[in-house]
Design a protein around this ligand. Sequence first.
Ligand code: SF4
Ligand code: F3S
Length: 100
Amino acid sequence: MTYVVTSNCVDCRFTDCVSVCPVECFHADDKMLYIDPDECIDCGACEPECPVEAIFEDGQVPEEQQEWIAKNAEAAHLPVITDKEDPLPTAEARKKELGL
Ligand code: SF4
Ligand code: F3S
């Protein structure tokens, strides 16, 4: 079991999730974050922290977001992020667009 970051994170990168994670399993590119399934200890702390509801436990990922399970696993080579950063400049607009 692991937790998975899905498409709502794209263009947001709020990073609230990172600040509560007890291990170093978040990886980042310039658009979003990903969770390394081999490092995630399934604590669930990150899920309620995301302002755009992008994080799901792997068994709960919605049908249309299933591709993100593999995409998170494939992103483990990206740099690790352990501290909260400013959201992307597009984050608030994207959040509004998502109706959140
Ligand atoms: Fe980190 Fe826990 Fe979220 Fe896994 S479930 S990414 S260990 S906060
Ligand atoms: Fe992305 Fe939500 Fe974390 S927008 S960076 S999954 S808090």
